[in-house]
Write a protein that binds this ligand. Sequence first.
Ligand SMILES: C[S@@+](CC[C@H](N)C(=O)[O-])C[C@H]1O[C@@H](n2cnc3c(N)ncnc32)[C@H](O)[C@@H]1O
Length: 388
Amino acid sequence: MSPIAALSLPDPDPNAAAQSRRLCARIADEIHLAGGWIPFARYMELALYAPSLGYYSGGTEKFGGAGDFVTAPELSPLFADTLAAQVTQIMARSAGQIIEAGPGTGALAAEMLLELERRGALPEHYMLLELSAELRARQRATIEQRAPKLAACVSWLERLPQHFSGTVIANEVLDAMPTHLVAWREDGIFERGLAAEGEYGFRWQERPATGALLEAAGTIPVTPPYLSEIGLAARAWVGSWGEILQQGALLLVDYGFPVRELYHPQRSRGTLMCHYRHHAHDDPLYLPGLNDITAHVDFTAMAETGVDRGLSLYGYTSQAQFLFNCGITEVLARIAPEDMTNYPRQASAAHKLLSPSEMGELFKVMALGKGIETPLIGFGRGERSHRL
Ligand SMILES: C[S@@+](CC[C@H](N)C(=O)[O-])C[C@H]1O[C@@H](n2cnc3c(N)ncnc32)[C@H](O)[C@@H]1O
């Protein structure tokens, strides 16, 4: 039995199955046009972002209980309310503007605005960097419903701006960027990609790695045979802020590790992970367009790329340490323990955000920026235990 069959995942409804088949045909066309092979990174880009067919552009429910996974801002307002402390400090030292990349349902934006208003620190502009028209409509609806009086300062960006000062927030965005798959073998370094098979199928095929991928792979100390990912798109995205950011900081929150842990001998099959209706599995070829595909972030590479491109590393720590430093316990203490409708739910969300066995240790927070002299509050304590 295949690992996917063993999971007995729920069948997609006929419309979803038909959408996935259309996406397979679109990917197969591209493979034929490319001469019989595409890199996995291109497959992942199409599977997640092909217009109207990809996972994030195809209109299915992704986030929350009815979707495929739950992110920190969807779990509880505690995440946004606590992160707001760090955002307030960065804005006070740079400019009163925020760009949130990949804002999902808009839950983080709505709660962040409400909390910044409570703190007397509303930004002049809150910009949502969103590629999908369907998600833009969903974000607008969330903000108008939860923070109607603050919707006037919200606008949308379809691409990165030329220049920006203020705070950039990216929660679980880098892990959703297309990643390259690399196989280190005794006889060389290979890039994994896909060839078409039958009408709607694909099969893995490797080619010798070349160019920037080979260069990056050559610097990673692994013992062959070893299979893993290299996120060139995430590196390029972080690097591009070196030119764009005039003053302020990027807050990158994601699951990942420094290079020595990410490419540890025990992770010799990589970190690629797929999510389908709250089941995690590791087959990115299963129902393309209906599954989220992610890979852990190499935070050492993010820091090195940022610094190479003119940013400074302001901090790197676990999500738990960051949220403690930003005052999550005080935020939770605003809810009276006798409030039996709210307190147990928020206390359990706090446990999930902070516990080392849940999101507390696996998720990291990194700040990269320019022109801020004061140490950032989120990284004041505990940083030494999280070295890059
Ligand atoms: C896992 S979701 C996270 C959504 C949200 N931040 C949250 O925490 O609930 C990843 C999001 O990143 C977005 N994304 C991926 N690459 C992006 C890019 N280059 N620019 C902006 N958003 C991007 C995807 O479209 C998707 O909406």
